[in-house]
Design a protein around this ligand. Structure first.
Ligand SMILES: Nc1ncnc2c1ncn2[C@@H]1O[C@H](COP(=O)(O)OP(=O)(O)OP(=O)(O)O)[C@@H](O)[C@H]1O
Length: 475
């Protein structure tokens, strides 16, 4: 030790003696983390251990590496890095200590050692902070539980209603899909229950207690899709958060990832998805690290995927990877046997949600439902029943109740159409022809047609219903 350093330590030692009055433990080490001085308050002292080491007083420790006295001391980190640790909580024997560690520097700024203070009883001062911390901790735990519950399967195969042969076959396939690990491709028109089936497959699989994460490819702008899928590394781009944002793949780790409207996935992303499925690892945006993921994929589309492959709009290699276990969901018009039970189910649900008595359907009302084509399938049926509840009164649902709810083409529409004025008629006609043209241009892809028309998807569907455009344009 140089004379200059000695001077520093003498000053520090004098300071420590003063501080000694106020604190429970104090220790001074040199730049090699060897003990120079320690107070005698036994806060570091574990009598049995000291006895075993043949140490009688702290003074015997001078010159020894700090870890002999405090086995998990972090003083060495402080002298090696020069970084202080102003607030740390540390267990020592039966004590929980509040420890501050500071590097000690000479006039040139060189590290010559470090000091540490420990407060044994001051944790009571920290009680308000500790209580707040505990509160936040339990809130976090509660929210994590809620989040896990929201990701848990909502629907099981029992929630798939219908006893038509087509529906029974779907249920058989759902159970089978639950027993295997391969990708599943759900095909079917909009509203046929693809999402419900995806939940049911997850619930029937050994991943049921792991997350179910859904992602609607069509609902997310193209430039954000990649981040949604694979996540973003901290500071990946200007404005990006400094924390890692996990993608859906990471969130679904161990569970199931449901990719809805996969037919709307842009080609470059299709290539990336294929690679992830092959390599089973993702690379978050702006990161050069890969993360292993174990995810079961269920994809769904209402578009004619095989045709899109032929047209070059969908990669064939990705198609084959997803199409390992395809399930075709029947359109409601092809399983009319299920209309009655589904209509009663939705009547019951609507009544419950509106807190009203449930209304049964009269035979003519049921006949009206049979006469309609249901382009929006089960979802449309649920909406129609709900609208009847809102727009009409009565103990039962009558055929007339559908007059203003079902589109004009419904065969059993009882009310006579009202005579319209010529301008309104012409506008209607123009709207109808513009919609038909947009659908044709988009090869039946309703989402694309809606986009080109500047309409939301729901809005377009409402207009399709209004104009009675019920043709299966997606096929
Ligand atoms: N077999 C069924 N039994 C009970 N409810 C059903 C059934 N099929 C569909 N539904 C209900 O119909 C609605 C639409 O179903 P879902 O969202 O699963 O359809 P989808 O095929 O995924 O539609 P999209 O292609 O438009 O996303 C949901 O409320 C769902 O619960």
């Amino acid at each position: 030790m140089t004379a200059e350093q000695d001077k520093h330590f003498a000053a520090a030692r004098a300071l420590m003696v003063m501080i000694d009055e106020m604190i429970d433990g104090a220790i001074l080490v040199d730049k090699d983390a060897r003990i120079v001085w320690s107070n005698d308050k036994h806060v570091w002292f574990d009598d049995k251990r000291m006895e075993a080491l043949g140490i009688r007083s702290v003074a015997d420790m001078v010159g020894h590496p700090v870890e002999r006295l405090i086995p998990h001391s972090r003083m060495r980190d402080v002298v090696e890095t020069g970084r202080s640790m102003p607030l740390d909580i540390m267990r020592y024997g039966e004590h929980t200590l509040l420890v501050s560690r500071l590097p000690l520097r000479d006039e040139r700024g060189e590290i010559i050692g470090a000091i540490a203070f420990a407060l044994k009883n001051s944790l009571t001062y920290l009680r308000p902070i500790a209580e707040r911390f505990n509160k936040l901790q339990s809130r976090l735990a509660r929210m994590e539980k809620e989040l896990a519950a929201s990701r848990a399967p909502k629907y099981t195969v029992e929630n798939l209603i219908g006893f038509s042969p087509a529906m029974l076959q779907v249920k058989r396939l759902v159970r089978k899909a639950g027993q295997i690990q391969s990708a599943v491709l759900l095909l079917g028109e909009t509203g046929t229950g693809k999402e419900l089936v995806a939940h049911a497959i997850h619930a029937a699989s050994d991943r049921a207690d792991r997350p179910f994460v859904g992602l609607n490819v069509a609902a997310i702008p193209e430039n954000l899709l990649e981040a949604e899928f694979f996540g973003v590394a901290p500071g990946a781009y200007t404005g990006a958060s400094r924390q890692t944002r996990p993608g859906k793949f990471q969130l679904a780790h161990g569970g199931t990832l449901f990719l809805d409207e996969i037919g709307d996935m842009p080609l470059p992303l299709q290539a990336k998805l294929l690679r992830v499925l092959q390599e089973r690892e993702v690379e978050p945006l702006g990161s050069n690290q890969v993360i292993k993921v174990d995810v079961r994929i269920i994809a769904a589309t209402s578009r004619p995927l095989a045709e899109m492959v032929r047209d070059g709009a969908f990669r064939s290699d990705l198609y084959y990877r997803l199409n390992v276990f395809p399930i075709q969901l029947p359109a409601l018009r092809d399983r009319r046997e299920d209309l009655e039970i589904l209509a009663s189910l939705f009547s019951e649900r609507t009544a419950a949600s509106l807190d009203q008595p449930m209304r049964d359907l009269t035979p003519p009302a049921l006949e009206t439902l049979h006469g309609y084509d249901w382009p929006g399938n089960v979802r449309e049926l649920a909406n129609v029943i709900e609208q009847v509840y809102v727009r009409t009164d009565g103990e039962r649902i009558l055929a007339e109740d559908f007059a203003d709810v079902l589109p004009k083409t419904a065969v059993h529409r009882p009310a006579a159409p009202t005579r319209k004025r010529p301008l309104a008629e012409a506008m209607d006609e123009l709207e109808r022809s513009l919609i038909l043209a947009a659908l044709e241009e988009a090869k039946g892809n309703k989402l694309e047609a809606a986009r080109n028309l500047g309409l939301s998807r729901t809005n377009l569907y409402a207009k399709l219903r209004k104009h009675g455009i019920t043709a299966d344009l997606d096929a």
